[in-house]
Design a protein around this ligand. Structure first.
Ligand code: C2G
Length: 130
């Protein structure tokens, strides 16, 4: 049995997120997702996500190819999360290419190509301009 783990904010959930999660799930038997907390986002980006942490967790958790979700409270705790959940594979979008190579000591690390032409930032721009 192979366990896959991935991390993200998944704010204003869109098809790029769906495709990332679906491809991550296909790399193993179980998919675990760390959803970044509101506080982590605030500290990282200086603003809170549009969707609350509870809503983002609920959306990600309702995908049929996601087995389990947990709040990602700190970017520095990735290796602890990987070990705690017994993940064999860490999957990230290729916007993170190379950034998590240090975890190759404890698991396989796979960067998947992002879905072109869609992002939370673009969606927020479109919505706020209409
Ligand atoms: N993604 C994608 N295609 C897009 C947009 C996003 O494949 N068009 C992927 C990203 O590469 C990422 C996942 O969807 O793997 C979640 O994207 P974000 O919510 O933007 O995640 P991010 O804020 O980058 O994660 O530890 C990482 C943090 O939790 C931050």
């Amino acid at each position: 049995m192979k366990t896959v783990i991935t991390f993200g904010t998944f704010d204003v959930f869109h098809v790029g997120h769906v495709k990332l999660l679906k491809r991550a799930a296909a790399l193993g038997d179980t998919l675990i997702v760390g959803v970044s907390t509101d506080e982590l986002n605030y500290n990282k980006k200086g603003r809170y996500p549009v969707y609350s942490e509870a809503d983002r967790m609920q959306i990600v958790n309702s995908m049929r190819f996601v087995n389990f979700c947990f709040p990602e409270a700190s970017l520095e705790k990735k290796s602890e999360y990987i070990t705690y959940y017994g993940a064999d594979v860490l999957v990230m979008g290729d916007d993170w290419e190379g950034k998590f190579d240090m975890f190759r000591e404890i698991c396989e690390v796979v960067y998947l190509p992002r879905t072109p032409s869609i992002s939370t930032t673009k969606l927020i721009e479109v919505i706020s301009n209409t």
